[in-house]
Design a protein around this ligand. Structure first.
Ligand code: AMP
Length: 423
């Protein structure tokens, strides 16, 4: 199947050829024809499946068929994304795929001054990509009207719901005209996501890029059972192995992300952290450095990692397991992208043991155990209270997490070669 067979117009096919894409991905094959026919769509697709082009291409094609000039503050396509990074990346996709078309697009998100965003809007905009907060803010100030929206995309709905955007999304939906085409995407399909989508979609086509929550097949997943106080040494040892070319490491908290990046840098491993407390400029710089290869390691929290689109991430390392098993699927989807092989390593301490069990239940697969020098049998066999965070207030404990400062700091001289045996 080629893009031409999907009735994609020539200017878009040319842009795709320039990107080196020879054939549509499965989600593109499934989503593009009904979208060109005007159907609503519910897509279950993880990042890395080509889902962005699956909605960007039909929207651009439809917009190009309509010669009305863009009006100030009245977009024809509205795309909502949970984070600034993802929003910026989607906007970039519109620019890339639409490079041979005449249309106007812009992206708005919080954390930066609104001045330049308002100026862009006032010049007229066909496609607006936005995070919910800033969109509502500019709507309330009268800079944006949604009455002209023909195409409404909600990307990563599961994440939006997790992040508490449900009220914002309802307000935004209420401002849309009665007649519009809706395109919803989610990496996982929880009951909440299903109910949300059901209320808002009209007779949608449902497409799934991969069976739900079956984690991407080209990713080699391993779990390392380890005590909390050995996690840092284990990580440092792994990073000394040459084959860890570019690693995205997840921690549970912003504080742990900062601490970990700091400790790695002190030990001569180029690392930076990206999380919600960093300014937009800091986040952009860290992303740029990671993409360019200047940083070998990017430490991130779940929310900040949404939208990280770096093609050659060789390893995703869960320094801490996520509270929600769905986040595991999101996290490891950052490696093994567009067919490249990737590795997902998870560190599991005793108090995270039950989270690992939930992950295995969700993904319907057992994760292979990696033998290593810090292996903790008590973490592996933990059950009952020992397999849960220490206090009854699980959420608080998980948020705070153990203090990274207490982890041993090893200088370069104390580093030993680290034998990791493979199964
Ligand atoms: P996404 O799932 O939208 O985040 O896309 C994942 C990656 O796949 C991005 O780097 C895209 O540029 C790339 N991609 C999208 N469509 C194709 C395609 N048809 N062939 C090859 N790569 C693609």
């Amino acid at each position: 199947m080629s893009f031409g067979n999907l009735n994609i117009i020539d200017p878009l096919c040319r842009a795709l050829a320039e990107e080196g894409y020879t054939a549509p991905t499965p989600i593109q094959n499934l989503a593009i024809p009904p979208l060109l026919n005007g159907r609503d769509l519910m897509g279950i697709a993880q990042t890395g499946t080509g889902k962005t082009a699956a909605f960007v291409l039909p929207i651009l094609q439809k917009i190009s068929e309509d010669s009305r000039p863009a009006k100030p503050g009245v977009p024809r396509a509205l795309v909502l994304a949970p984070t600034r990074e993802l929003a910026a990346q989607i906007d970039q996709s519109f620019a890339t795929y639409g490079q041979f078309l005449r249309f106007r697009h812009t992206v708005i998100f919080g954390g930066v001054h609104q001045g330049s965003q308002v100026r862009m809007l006032s010049r007229g905009v066909d496609v607006l990509v936005a995070t919910p907060g800033r969109l509502l803010d500019l709507m309330n100030q009268g800079y944006i009207m949604l009455k002209g929206v023909d195409f409404f995309v909600l990307d990563e709905i599961d994440r939006m719901l997790d992040m508490g955007f449900v009220k914002d999304m309802r307000k935004i939906v209420a401002a849309l005209p009665a007649k519009h085409q809706s395109l919803f995407f989610s990496a996982t399909m929880s009951r909440e996501t299903g109910e949300f989508a059901e209320k808002l979609l009209c007779d949608p086509v449902k497409v799934e890029a991969a069976p739900q929550a079956s984690t991407l097949e080209c990713i080699e997943q391993k779990v390392f059972f380890v005590d909390q106080n050995n996690k840092y040494s284990l990580l440092e040892g792994l990073l000394q192995k040459e084959e860890v070319e570019r690693a995205l490491i997840f921690t549970r908290t912003k504080h742990r992300a900062d601490k970990l990046a700091e400790m790695l840098s002190k030990n001569h491993i180029n690392a930076d952290a990206i999380h919600g407390n960093k300014s937009q400029n800091q986040r952009t710089k860290a992303m740029h450095d990671f993409k360019s290869g200047r940083l070998r390691v990017l430490v991130a929290t779940d929310i900040a990692a949404r939208g990280i689109d770096v093609n050659d991430i060789s390893h995703v390392i869960n320094f801490d397991l996520p509270n929600e098993p769905e986040s595991y699927v999101h996290r490891i989807g950052r490696t093994g992208r567009a067919g490249a092989a990737g590795k997902a390593y998870s560190f599991c301490a005793a108090e995270e043991r039950n989270i690992l069990r939930s992950i295995e239940r969700l993904t319907r697969a057992e994760i292979g155990i990696m033998p290593h020098q810090y292996h903790s049998e008590s973490a592996k066999t933990a059950v009952g209270a020992a397999a849960e965070p220490a206090t009854p207030n699980r959420h608080r404990t998980m948020q705070r997490g153990p203090r990274l400062e207490s982890y041993p700091r090893s200088g370069p001289s104390s580093r030993k070669p680290y034998p990791v045996r493979r199964h």
